[in-house]
Every structure is written in structure tokens, then in C-alpha cells.
Design a protein around this ligand. Structure first.
Ligand code: SF4
Ligand code: SF4
Length: 98
């Protein structure tokens, strides 16, 4: 953290460390593995701020547990391969600003 002209500068990583997750045992995001295999650019691996998508040996390894529920992957996926829903009420990420 640093201070500039009276404003406190906070890194995104520090903000995220304040948050907590109550992981929904039912994955709220599901992928179509066949479509992912044929996806030429795999933007999810670069755009997900939580790093939930990792390419390994040409396949996508996905973990929903650390999802920030931002919806970016759903928007950038060129194959409509993502079935996206929110976790059940009260589950998932709980943002804390202080
Ligand atoms: S962008 Fe969509 S289709 Fe491509 S790898 Fe990611 S989830 Fe799969
Ligand atoms: S909703 Fe956001 S944080 Fe969650 S998997 Fe998609 S891009 Fe990542």
C-alpha cells in the first residue's frame, strides 16, 4: 500500500485477500470440453482475473472455487462453451472492502 496526494493506493491482490469464499459444492460454471478443445485462442486463460482457467497439454483445467463472479469468461468465450450461473444464495465470494 502507498499514499499519493491523500489517496491510499491499494493493490488488487491486497483487496482480494480481504475477501472470503463459501464455496457452493455445486459448480456454478460448467464448460463444454468438446468446444474448449476446438477453441483456437482460449481467451479465458488470459482474461479470468482469478486464474480459474489454465491450459495444460491443449486442454483446459478449470476450477470454479476461487471465482470472483465477474462474468468475464462468459463474455470473452468465442465458442459459447460456458454455462454460467451464480452460486446458490449466500455461497460463493463475499467481498470485503475494509
Ligand atoms: S474461451 Fe471458451 S471455448 Fe475457449 S477454452 Fe475458454 S471456455 Fe473453452
Ligand atoms: S466469472 Fe470471472 S472470476 Fe469467475 S471464472 Fe469467469 S472470469 Fe474467472
Amino acid at each position: 500500500m502507498s499514499e499519493t496526494a491523500g489517496l491510499q493506493r491499494i493493490r488488487v491482490e491486497d483487496l482480494l485477500q480481504r475477501d472470503s469464499w463459501d464455496v457452493d459444492p455445486r459448480p456454478h460454471i460448467r464448460l463444454n470440453a468438446e468446444k474448449c478443445a476446438g477453441c483456437p485462442t482460449k481467451p479465458c486463460t488470459r482474461m479470468c482475473p482469478a486464474g480459474c482457467y489454465v491450459e495444460a497439454g491443449g486442454s483446459i483445467v478449470f476450477s470454479y472455487e476461487g471465482c470472483l463472479e465477474c462474468g468475464t469468461c462468459r463474455v470473452v468465450c468465442p465458442m459459447e462453451a460456458i454455462e454460467w450461473d451464480y452460486p446458490v444464495s449466500g455461497r460463493g465470494i463475499q467481498y470485503r472492502t475494509a
